[in-house]
Ligand binder design. Sequence first.
Ligand code: GMT
Length: 382
Amino acid sequence: MKIGIVCYPTYGGSGVVATELGKALAKKGHKVHFITYNEPVRLDRFHENIFYHEVSALDYPLFQFQPYESALASKIVDVVKFEKLDLLHVHYAIPHASAALMAKYILREENIHIPFITTLHGTDITLVGRDASYLPVVAYSINNSDGITAVSESLKRDTLLYFDIKKPIEVIPNFIDFSRFKKTNKDHFKKAIAPNDEKILMHVSNFRKVKRVEDVVRMFDLVLKKMPAKLILIGDGPERIGVEMLCRNLGNCDQVRFVGKQEAVEDLLAIADLFVLPSESESFGLAALEAMACEVPVISSNAGGIAEVNINGETGFMSEVGDYEDMAKNAIYILEDAERLRKFKQNALKQAQRFDLDVILPHYEAYYAKVCGNTGWVEYNI
Ligand code: GMT
């Protein structure tokens, strides 16, 4: 098939899922056209079946806000026509679904039919999309998508709760590429970070409020009172300064390391004993899945779709949002017994295998075929 993928090119769940999906589809012989305002960060090397089309929005002094949605819709029209795409797959509803819908309507005037699938990722529904400033457009463009997928059952429920959706939503969960995310020996990192064999706790996020990174630091502080430990915080974002201040106030800065955005997260996950994800809202929790693939158990909140990934008492533990004391208690329980920790690590890997890319990718391909009605794209099929 010739597939157009519209996504955010930045670090972050939806962009990562879209890019990894595109790369996997390209490997299977599909021609994948990324349509974004920057080259996606995970699109790091040349592949003969991957193409990149940059959306450039003309700036003009009149614009207080650049009309990106119009520029994107125009680019989609151009790429669909010129590259003769069979299908568009847009990730994160805002503003990608409405831009795709506008492009679809424009192309219809020229008798070109382009189906599009909208994949809902999380905050496009739970936080931003349901805000009155976007809701009518988001609801309309989801309802007029040719296919809708959500990354978890929980997100599907939330979508039906917040919007009047008239079409079926297919749940296709996030996936993991085990050729990249697996436990490897990084003893030299471990020695550098935890020279006295301290337990290593880890957190990866975009440091937005919804991630509750302060809870990570607070729970870690309680763990520290029971055993020697180190905390590695990966990522960057608006909350980072507040989190750094909290470490100073708690006096645990020597045990906490902020490493910023990292390309090779898997190299750091290889030395972690526990992953901490206390989010207030989380449609799936791809970061937790990446940790589990590297055999790292998860201490998390029970928000949203996390329960579909982290199995309470098996692959880690879940607590109520904000209950960092319970999170610390659970962390200590796992870490204080070597055999218990080993078992949790084993379970984490086993659970992650359910989300293997090779298992999930065929679901997307089958859904593409269903949405395209098995017509119109067969000639390009490999
Ligand atoms: O977590 C974020 O803030 C990034 C966000 C995104 O859309 O880029 O992630 C969302 O999509 C991921 C991939 O589907 C999910 O694994 C995350 O759980 C989800 N984040 C939230 O729901 C907060």
